[in-house]
Design a binder for this molecule. Sequence first.
Ligand SMILES: [Zn+2]
Length: 261
Amino acid sequence: MEIWDLHGHLSGVPGRTPDERMAQLIAFADRLGIARICVYMGMTWSYDPAPDDFRKQNDEVLQALSHWADRAFGFVYVNPKHVEASLAELDRCVRDGPMVGVKLWVARRANAPEVDAIVRRATELKAVVFQHSWIKITGNLPGESTPMDVASLAARHPDAAIICGHTGGDWEQGVRAVRAQSHVAVDLGGGDPVAGITESAVRELGAERVIYGSDVGGRSFASQLAKVIGADVAEDAKRLILAGNLKRLLAPILEAKGLSG
Ligand SMILES: [Zn+2]
């Protein structure tokens, strides 16, 4: 079965440079038969990056992608606290560069109005929008989105391709929070490989809205693949989750860029 991974990072991967880390990611992916990996954010994490910081992180991803155009895709990391700089970065990395998606993390919640201009520009460029989300028992970070925030963003952008990161973290609530927004898909990446997440997402959303991602190097490919491979869902559903859905979401921008899927 073909496997495309929605969710990967350079952080947490061995290597001194973006090139070394990307080569390591590909070596791990090869062991598990993963054909493609989406990569976003730089060698070190920052929750609330200033424009210089997110530009540097995106440069690292561009460098990592440069030798692996046939294996990896990049999503541009931006910060809605800096709207103009984020829009310029979208243009640099997606419109004028090879990237195909946008990564929004924990600087500003998805229900904030500043996020709108970024999602609008992404949608004009046919880029997919990956928004991290979680519901933490200990309380979210001040700018950290819940899946309910992602649903409210999606309601304002019916034409956008929006992915709810980590299925909301607390996935039993997450799948229900985004269920009514039929253009929102969920990312299975991150968290422990507990039984039931994939079955629950398929039951509540339909298999075409569920996407395998690992969150590597925060998590391993193997533990996250197990959520899908070991799930009690039909083979056809696994095919969609492991590659088909991400291919369908990326098809418009890959086509626009003249890249092959
Ligand atoms: Zn991640």
